[in-house]
Write a protein that binds this ligand. Structure first.
Ligand code: CP
Ligand code: NVA
Length: 329
């Protein structure tokens, strides 16, 4: 039997396929409880703190809503409002928060930092996104795929775009662990780091699936069950990066042609937020500056029936609830 009590959730590489399966099944239970309006204050009396050094909608709200549903007290510290990293070290912050809270969520820049928090806190630490990994997003994505297709193993999964970022890295690991065939369809400069690819290829071999890296859009998306993309410039990257990214990634935009090449069975996924919507402040700037009409995904694809982006967003909450329950109970 799987027992995850007291464990931190820093990256999927730390968990076995069986443990990831347990998180997914637990999430389904919690989703069912929520849908049927069944109270589940299983963690009443506990308190958690959410430390954000980058902005967030889904992750923050998932932790807050899930924490409330589980009966916990929730403290939110927004970017810049704690002493950490300015007047106080990571180690000291971790030891202080660990004395007051039963669990700590952290979103920020380095994976080393969230690991250090976990080393010193003495309570579970949950990674709400770093530059390297976004593990809570992975559980939501796996759940969404399984809900749609009914299974995970043998699914052909294609990630288009910046495959070197937190999403590309994490999705490659998630697919390798759960038996999905992963393809990164991106310019060579934006392929995941070689050492991580090597690690994932070993894991994939154990789970009878494959890791493919290609620059060829037609080949990379042919027959894909899932076509996934992410924003072309991630949080924390300087604005100057946009120019080179647009040049590199324009051929990798997810549009109707790509989806048609994938086939009728294909669904579209995106972790969000997305710049498909020109009405956002930053989106509008980028569109105007570069004279573009579409970025990583077209409106047509984003709004299509086969687009599962809002199921995926909802699943963030159910899966984060499962992570907190499994590690605190
Ligand atoms: N997908 C995701 O992590 O969204 P937020 O940045 O809004 O939390
Ligand atoms: N790669 C994106 C993911 C957002 C959820 C970023 O880090 O900004």
């Amino acid at each position: 039997p799987v027992n995850l009590r007291g464990r931190s959730f820093l990256k999927l590489l730390d968990f076995t396929s069986e443990e990831i399966r347990y998180f997914i099944d637990l999430s389904k239970n919690f989703k069912n409880l929520k849908r049927t309006n069944t109270p589940h204050k299983y963690l009443e009396g506990k308190n958690i703190v959410l430390l954000f050094e980058k902005t967030s909608t889904r992750t923050r709200c998932s932790f807050e809503a899930a924490g409330n549903d589980l009966g916990m007290g929730v403290t939110y510290l927004d970017p810049g409002s704690s002493q950490m990293g300015k007047k106080e070290s990571i180690e000291d912050t971790a030891r202080v928060l660990g004395r007051m809270y039963d669990g700590i969520e952290y979103r920020g820049f380095s994976q080393e930092l969230v690991t250090k928090l976990s080393d010193y806190a003495g309570v579970p630490v949950w990674n709400g996104l770093t530059d390297q990994f976004h593990p809570t997003q992975m559980l939501a994505d796996l759940l969404t795929i399984e809900e749609h297709f009914g299974y995970l193993k043998t699914i052909n999964f294609t990630f288009m775009g910046d495959a070197r970022n937190n999403m590309g890295n994490s999705l490659m690991v998630a697919c390798a662990k759960m038996g999905l065939n992963f393809t990164a369809c991106a310019p060579k400069d934006l392929w995941p780091a070689e050492d991580l690819v090597a690690v994932c290829r070993e894991i994939a071999a154990e789970n009878q699936c494959t890791i493919t890296l290609t620059e060829d859009v037609e080949e990379g998306t042919k027959g894909a069950d899932v076509v996934y993309t992410d924003i072309w410039v991630s949080m924390g990257e300087p604005d100057e990066v946009w120019e080179t990214r647009i040049k590199l990634l324009s051929p990798y935009q997810v549009n109707e042609k790509v989806m048609a090449n994938a086939g009728d069975q294909a669904i579209f996924m995106h972790c969000l937020p997305s710049f498909h919507d020109r009405s956002t402040a930053i989106g509008e700037d980028i569109y105007q500056k570069f004279g573009l009409s579409e970025l990583e995904v077209t409106d047509e694809v984003f709004e299509a029936k086969y687009s599962k982006v809002f199921d995926e967003a909802e699943n963030r909450m159910h899966t984060i609830k499962a992570v907190m329950y499994a590690t605190l109970c």
